[in-house]
Design a protein around this ligand. Structure first.
Ligand SMILES: NC(=O)c1ccc[n+]([C@@H]2O[C@H](COP(=O)([O-])OP(=O)(O)OC[C@H]3O[C@@H](n4cnc5c(N)ncnc54)[C@H](O)[C@@H]3O)[C@@H](O)[C@H]2O)c1
Length: 235
């Protein structure tokens, strides 16, 4: 999903920093973007570690300049019955999905405040909207992400910065592939049968929604959850 978002935003003349704990994957995406003529750098960063996030932000500022758009897509998901979730597992999911989002936003916002313009898009999940059995830690972390987006939207509305979140569901990505291999979910076809539009989503579906929220046309939209889910959860 992050890769698709990077490609979409690079195609709209943005310089891109690809920040991921998988340094090789981040460098591959940055290379793809440079091959298309974009200005792109990669940072191997564990978003749960504030020192690493601050280091990445330093690199990004010195290589690309101030941050105008932040999309937080790094995340982990686990399927574990509630009674079996250890404190360690709970804390790890929270540390990456929620605290990692906090670190990235807090580190990037000063540039947007200075510029009096900014776009923040947090990736949440439909699991926070409708609940998700065996994913109490994951769904709770994403509920926190939605609350964070709403709160920051209000705190920074007068600074020219919009903060929204995208709640995807059933997007065909490596994360969902892993779930399929582990037997936690069914095949793509089986998933598609339960989605009103009749297909699973793609990274490009999410990237298009994200690009809209980052555009000038979306300047009156803040604090919102944009559900990219093929109609599988309708609010
Ligand atoms: N795929 C879906 O159907 C779906 C549905 C709802 C929400 N989401 C959310 O969308 C986001 C993107 O997910 P995806 O489907 O592309 O999954 P993915 O596993 O393909 O990508 C997640 C990326 O996060 C990176 N990452 C993991 N831990 C990290 C850490 N500590 N620091 C930095 N990077 C880290 C991984 O290396 C990976 O590149 C996630 O936040 C996920 O929870 C996905």
């Amino acid at each position: 999903m992050g890769r698709s978002i990077c490609h979409n935003l690079a195609g709209r003349d943005n310089a891109i920093a690809v920040v991921d704990s998988n340094g090789e994957a981040a460098e591959t995406v940055a290379m793809e973007l440079r091959e298309k003529g974009a200005h792109a750098v990669a940072c191997r960063t564990d978003v749960s570690d504030r020192a690493q996030v601050d280091d990445a932000m330093h690199t990004v500022r010195s290589e690309l300049g101030p941050v105008g758009i932040l999309v937080t897509s790094a995340g982990v998901a686990k399927f574990e019955p509630f009674a079996d979730i250890t404190l360690e597992s709970w804390n790890r999911v929270m540390a990456i999905n929620l605290t990692g989002t906090f670190h990235c936003v807090q580190a990037a916002l000063p540039d947007m405040v200075e510029a009096k313009w900014g776009r923040v898009v947090l990736i949440s999940s439909s699991s926070a909207q409708r609940g998700a059995p065996r994913m109490a830690h994951y769904a709770s972390s994403k509920g926190g992400v939605i609350a964070l987006a709403r709160t920051l939207a209000l705190e920074y509305a007068a600074s020219g910065i919009t903060v929204n979140n995208i709640a995807p569901s059933s997007i065909d990505t490596p994360m969902v592939d892993q779930w399929r291999v582990s037997g936690a979910i069914g095949s793509s076809d089986a998933m598609a049968r339960n989605i009103p539009v009749g297909r699973v989503g793609t990274g490009d579906d999410v990237a298009a929604a994200c690009a809209f929220l980052c555009s000038e046309e979306a300047s009156y939209i803040t604090g919102q959850t944009l559900s990219v889910n093929g109609g599988s959860y309708v609010t």
